[in-house]
Write a protein that binds this ligand. Sequence first.
Ligand SMILES: [Zn+2]
Length: 376
Amino acid sequence: MHQQQAFDATAWRTGKVTGTETVDFTPDLKTCEVDFRLWPNKPKTAIAGDHLAIDAAKVGGAAVTPTLNADGGTASSPTLAVLPLTTCAKPGTTVHIDLAFTLTLGVDVAERTGREASGKFAWFDYSFPLLAWEFGHGWMRDPAVNLYGDMSGSEDFNLSSLSATAPSADAVTGTGAAGATTAGANGTTVHNFSATAVRDVSVAVGDFTVLNQQDGDVSVHLATPPSTVVTPQVWAAAIAKSLALEKMLGPFPYPDVWVTVLEPALGSGFEFPGGFLIADIDPDNDAPTVVTHDLAHSYFFGLVGNDQGRDPWLDESWSVWAGIVVNGAGEPDLTPSAAPQAGPIGEPMTFWATQPSAGQTYFEDVFVRTLPPQVL
Ligand SMILES: [Zn+2]
């Protein structure tokens, strides 16, 4: 599968970003529709002011009108867009889709899509219509739930082109390998990226300094705003140390790593294939395993994908485990317990959303239930 993404972030300080997307989708099962998920419209981020709307859609060059479904969102914030096919697609045939969309950025959102209140920077990740196909299964229609956390899923695609147009004074971070920049109109610069196999696309724009360093075979690009809790060098050291993951799990799955430090409101880290967005914290003292955890997601979710709505434990528990091992904060106890903590770790996000103290229960059961007491 191939995708091209183009974001026009010229006016991001007004809270609006527009974009276009082309997808060449080759299903392995017969399908009579094409489904996209609109994850900024999930409850937690919709309430915070995020919104993603499809402005125009074409299939095979012909205009179509998507059918919008709340699917855990609301009628005004639908999370599922279904494009009908006039002729059902047979396995192995390629469907070409063109989309245009508008993204609205909420202020100080504690999630993957937002902008800083005073206009310093903005970030958007999973913030485009996401093709929701799972090979061997079909469309991923898991409902959005009212929790922070990931509930999305997508197959790898060749990101043949990612561009982000922004005011020339702004720095831009992306996904994959950075290409040459080109001049845009009216004092803007077009930043270009590409990647051979990713499941998601992440962009941040604004007043950042980008530090580049080579850690073995991985090119690290670290973006920090002017004032941060710790120096960029502290972050760079934490990233370098965390790439000890390669000794345990094999070569890092992506040649480029993008890490963007944002604001405290973000709360934590948000991974994407080949990088993560993270709150402005002191990684050594506030969250000593978080950098490793979010880089481990490039293996558990990036390299080995999962439907994070149906099986959230498949990437979270393994990334917690990797973070613990690499940082020496205790070895996972693999000895069968006399009284095993049998629990519903394998349940989907729809289960966790219905539990008492849902967010806390989700975290305790899916992330840390299997860890030994000394690291809790
Ligand atoms: Zn995680």
